[in-house]
Design a protein around this ligand. Sequence first.
Ligand code: SF4
Length: 403
Amino acid sequence: MALWNWKLRNRLVLVSHKPTAVTISFTQRELVTYDLAGRLLGMYQDGTHLRRGLDNSIQKRWRTETGLGTDLQQQLLTPWQARELVEKYRPQVALLLEDQASRESCPETAAVFRRIAGYSYEHLQDSASEFHQIYGHVPILPPDQYRALVLQATDGCTYNRCTFCTLYRDKPFMVHDPDEFRRHIDRVVSFLGAGLSYRNSVFLGDANALAISQERLIELLEIVRTASDVRPALDSGGLHAFLDIYTGVRKNAAQYSALKELGLRRVSLGVESGCEALLEFVQKPGTREDIIKVVSTLKAAQLAVVVILMVGLGGQRFSQEHLEDTVSLVRSLPLAKGDIIYLSRFEPTPQAPYLSIAAAQGVRPLSPPAMHDEIRRWKTLLDREVGRQGIKISPYSFQRFVY
Ligand code: SF4
């Protein structure tokens, strides 16, 4: 990392130039970060964090006191607000280039500044259109993978019928053939350009790419490994993917070991609950036995595992059973240090079939204070069960995702 002072007219600003990004501290309470291609990544302004996605949406996050403790709030900026923000800083970066002495002693940083100065809001909108052409959309990643380089080996979800989930409803499931996948990687690499250095792992999209047949999967992972531009991200953080339980049971430990040899490091499982009656209610396939089998097989292959649980999924009706059965399920999983349990707060989307089914069956949602207590109860009980083994238990919000 290099730290420099650059002159902005008559004052100094601190610039940190890392191999992954450039951060400019205009004041101690105002920091802006760009990737090395010059695209805005995010900023910090007086207690508020803002994060820009490749689709050019900007999400604002801040903490508020709710009377139940502090709560993280988030809000998407309107295009008008996003434009104002981008255009607030861009001219200031252009002005930094007037500092001839710094420009000459930091030519690489100056080159990034020139790229930043060229990224007007309209230019970022064009970049977002290109992103959509390449990816369609990237609806969700596990929180530990927000900086991953997403490579889409598949589109959509193999199942697509859980009543609470609309993430991939508009995308029929499709496996990409090796030539298509190679072309996809080439397009991603050229799109990100110097910004590729910000990506610190590889995530194989979409919802359950590991469901692909073993032979095809090996072919696709070989392509990832031999793509020289992708290699730094792969070597840095390894390969990650989602896996659903009902297709996860179809591979054995030797097959998962072979994938590990090709770079697979951690697998994220949408378990949601250990309560079979609730899984049936939301039409999520797979039993407790299947969940234990998949986790045991992945651990036998020495892979790290993420278990995603959805707090509040069964509303008031399932609340106690959901918690008790899930804690007993977690107790029987061979989790170890390095594994993660994510507690995702259930927030039904209006388009999902869940709401009408729940209303028809009298399943009432948890109120915000009840949900707050529920999350605390889950975290306390799970911490007691597995926290001491070095298993991290963290919150996970679908709503907070920006890629
Ligand atoms: S929850 Fe997972 S398995 Fe179910 S429809 Fe959504 S992506 Fe597919």
